[in-house]
Design a protein around this ligand. Structure first.
Ligand code: C2E
Ligand code: CA
Ligand code: CA
Ligand code: CA
Length: 275
């Protein structure tokens, strides 16, 4: 047994140690990166599917890490939540986004992703209102995106949070719809302004009649609930054409362009004579 133990330690410990070390380097890097302003907003176009008209941008967080390069949110958001800095991180991104979006045409909206951890804070809507006022950004241009996983939490408090955000003039969208948590009965009682169909459904839309019928059904459900639909993950012309046969959709995805930084957005707006 002793021998085994020894072998085990020789084989496993260095790997685990390395992982722990990497993890704590990441944590420290994130903390330091917030202070150093390494977290920046990128933006993805949101478009009216039928007309192709640009309606706004979704802010997507990026970490310009000196050590790691450009890091995506799937890596650092969960860690920021765990180590308790998501509030701080989100605030610094939102403030940058308000500044950026003030340079755009005032009828373009700004969508911001909010983590379930933030939504659990009973003061969240107050804090957001304070930021809106401090940076004189109109609430009517702001759209909050919350994922279905929020609906895991106490549904009454989620409902009252949505309501108080909407009373402030902010719109609230249900993100990643169809990936697992929202039940239809919950949807009926939650006052979302919009539903965003997860890109896994959109990607499959031309692969068999069942796939497009499913999206059709979600669009019809949205119409019934008076919650307009956004299709995310539009990657090519063929997907776009199928979606254009459905009424009233907004869309986003690589077909319209990859997420880009604030300067890229300004170039894009000039290109389209929107600036
Ligand atoms: P999401 O809100 O569903 O954002 C869409 C993700 O899909 C983005 O990935 C975007 O770059 C990617 N995407 C856009 N169009 C296409 C497409 O046509 N095809 C494919 N395959 N992917 C596409 P990203 O930027 O890596 O963000 C991942 C997730 O991280 C987001 O998913 C969002 O839930 C979260 N996130 C991003 N920024 C923030 C933030 O500031 N705060 C919080 N809490 N979460 C954030
Ligand atoms: Ca989103
Ligand atoms: Ca999404
Ligand atoms: Ca997602």
């Amino acid at each position: 047994a002793k021998k085994h133990g020894k072998q085990r330690s020789v084989w496993f410990e260095p790997v685990m140690e390395q992982e722990l070390k990497f993890r704590s380097q990441l944590e420290n890097g994130i903390r330091a990166g917030i202070a150093a302003g390494e977290f920046v907003p990128f933006y993805e176009q949101q478009v009216d599917v039928e007309s192709g008209r640009l309606t706004g941008f979704e802010m997507l967080a990026r970490w310009q890490s000196p050590a790691l390069g450009l890091v995506g949110p799937d890596i650092f958001i969960p860690i920021a939540e765990e180590i308790g800095v998501i509030d701080e991180l989100s605030e610094c991104l939102i403030v940058q986004a308000f500044r950026d979006a003030r340079e755009w045409s005032p009828d373009l909206t700004l969508s911001v992703n909010i983590s379930p951890v933030q939504l659990r804070d009973p003061w969240f809507s107050q804090k957001l209102l304070k930021l809106l006022i401090q940076h004189s950004f109109p609430a009517s241009r702001l759209e909050i995106e919350i994922t279905e996983s929020c609906l895991h939490d106490n549904i009454a408090s989620v409902r009252s949070m949505i309501t108080s955000l909407r009373n402030q003039g902010v719109s609230v969208s249900l993100d990643d719809f169809g990936t697992g948590y929202a039940s239809l009965s919950q949807l009926r009682t939650l006052p979302f302004d919009r539903i965003k169909i997860d890109r896994s459904f959109i990607r499959e839309i031309n692969n068999g009649e069942a796939s497009s019928k499913l999206v059709d059904a979600i669009v019809a459900m949205g119409a019934g609930l008076k919650m307009p639909i956004t299709a995310e993950g539009i990657e090519d012309e063929a997907i776009l054409e199928t979606l254009q046969s459905m009424r009233g959709l907004k869309g986003q995805g690589y077909h319209y362009g990859y997420p880009e930084n604030a300067a890229g957005v300004i170039d894009r707006l000039r290109e389209h004579d929107l600036l």
